[in-house]
Design a protein around this ligand. Structure first.
Ligand code: C2O
Length: 482
């Protein structure tokens, strides 16, 4: 690139005397930079100003330069894995290589990406709303007026993630083949805060080209920070299968070697290698995590077919047609008849899962809501209940039958491969035990799965014409092996 040309296009911001000098970065900074929260920082703060400058500089590179802002977004559009177990590793590496590009562009080896803690500050940070800032993105539908809902990213959701003991809740579902864009399903971490923050900002943030919006990178830094927090509390647990570990994460641009790179998935378990250092990690507020048998802990529920291959997975019940419609703003139920094993397993589980019990938990139950077509309203989320009498938008989230809320993400754009359906996998062990112990539910009876679609951008909206139909709903049990 000719420097003169660059300076002309980057006229709005002052550019230092030397730009894009990778050799300086290669020397490494004396101290490892720490990623800090952007919450509450004004646009004039050096961290915010540096990031804004990086956005500006990358936007003004020649369009076919691999470091160009849109070229970086194209990586996501072309490769990002969602609804599978490479979700976290891919995005950790993606942040790292992008951060390197920013450091190089800023000629600042101390630069680290900020993160947006949407739990503490659920509205889009102020500097992103200023129309004259490079941090502003015209392709948003939510311009800071709608906060991220507590059911998506509130303290209770983060606490649930931090306390999660089953790998599936953190890593999403396993694939059965080495295909980066396989989509067996999203777990709690991906399906709730990850997807819900994307779809509440909406517009470009809701599609695979979401890195066009400068808030994308700060959202993912926070996702990565929560992963780091969880890993610290859980002995850096991760899927043990070679299929996961040896997968090559396609494909990033390494500004230091000027090559396209595809790091091996297991390398991302070393957070230091990927500069995943944060000024603050989440911790358990009270009590330890549950005591779960390790074979239950690492079991992964995938698509229907995978159940047959794992002896400790049991299909308790499944249904493929529903007596009710699930429309935006209207609740619906699906009644699931269950196998005989169900009752005995759950009577036992209800006792063991009592909070505070030190007894080893040897079973877990997952609800799989499979192949829900992408809703027309991208900000639709599904509130899920178990054995709720009459689930509706008015049912409080403090109701003992409330399981959680899941959101959608990842519509395609510009000819990219897109997922037209989403699968959600929810751990219902605790809710089951709660409704059994409190006498709301008798495990000898069928289970009612309640689903209430709500519009995150307008929670009181009803739209009877917008019906969401899962293809199949399944309850899957995991039992400890031996
Ligand atoms: Cu691959 Cu949050 O996006």
């Amino acid at each position: 690139m000719k420097r003169r040309q660059f300076l002309r296009s980057g006229a709005a911001l002052t550019v230092g005397a030397s730009v894009f000098r990778s050799e300086i970065i290669r020397g490494q900074a004396a101290s490892t930079p720490v990623r800090r929260a952007i919450n509450g920082l004004p646009a004039s703060d050096p961290l915010v100003a540096s990031y804004a400058k990086a956005v500006h500089l990358l936007n003004n590179l020649p369009p076919n330069d691999p470091r160009h802002w849109i070229q970086q977004a194209n990586i996501h559009n072309g490769f990002c894995p969602h609804q599978n177990w490479w979700f976290l590793p891919f995005h950790r590496a993606y942040l790292y290589y992008f951060e390197n590009i920013c450091r190089d562009a800023l000629n600042d080896p101390n630069f680290a990406l900020p993160y947006w803690d949407w739990t503490k500050g659920p509205n889009l940070p102020g500097p992103f709303l200023d129309h004259s800032s490079p941090l502003y993105h015209p392709g948003r539908r939510n311009d800071g007026n709608v906060a991220i809902s507590p059911e998506i990213a509130g303290p209770q959701v983060v606490e649930k993630i931090i306390k999660a003991t089953l790998l599936l809740e953190i890593f999403s579902s396993p694939t059965s083949r080495d295909v980066q864009r396989d989509n067996p399903g999203a777990g709690l971490f991906e399906g709730t805060p990850h997807n819900g923050v994307h779809s509440t900002i909406n517009g470009d943030m809701n599609v695979l080209l979401s890195p066009k919006d400068p808030i994308f990178w700060l959202h993912h830094c926070n996702i990565d920070r929560i992963w780091t927090s969880w890993a610290k509390l859980n002995g850096n647990s991760a899927p043990g299968q070679d299929l996961w570990k040896k997968h090559k994460l396609d494909a990033f641009y390494d500004v230091q070697t000027k090559q396209q790179v595809s790091p091996v998935c297991s390398t991302t378990l070393n957070a230091e290698n990927y500069r995943a250092n944060y000024d603050h990690l989440e911790t358990l507020s009270n009590g330890a995590a549950r005591n779960v048998d390790s074979s239950v802990r690492v079991s992964m529920v995938g698509r229907n077919g995978s159940i047959a291959n794992q002896p400790n997975l049991k299909l308790f019940g499944a249904m493929a047609s529903f007596g009710h419609d699930f429309a935006i703003g209207r609740g619906g139920q699906a009644r699931l008849n269950l196998t005989q094993e169900w009752a005995s397993t759950n009577k036992h589980a209800a006792v063991v899962a009592t909070s505070g019990s030190s007894e080893l938990e040897t079973t877990a139950t997952y609800l799989v809501i499979e192949d829900v077509p992408m809703p027309r309203t991208a900000s639709t989320a599904l509130r899920v209940f178990l054995n709720c009498k009459d689930p509706s938008p008015a049912t409080p989230l403090s109701d003992p039958t409330y399981v959680g809320t899941v959101a959608f993400f990842g519509g395609g754009q510009h000819g990219s491969e897109m997922h037209s359906e989403m699968t959600f996998t929810l751990n219902v062990t605790d809710v089951l035990s709660r409704v059994i112990r409190s006498g709301i539910y008798d495990p000898d009876a069928p289970v009612d799965i309640g689903i209430v679609p709500v519009d995150l951008l307008n929670p009181s909206r009803t739209a009877d014409s917008q019906v969401l139909k899962p293809k199949i709903v399944r309850l899957v049990g995991i039992e400890a092996t031996a």
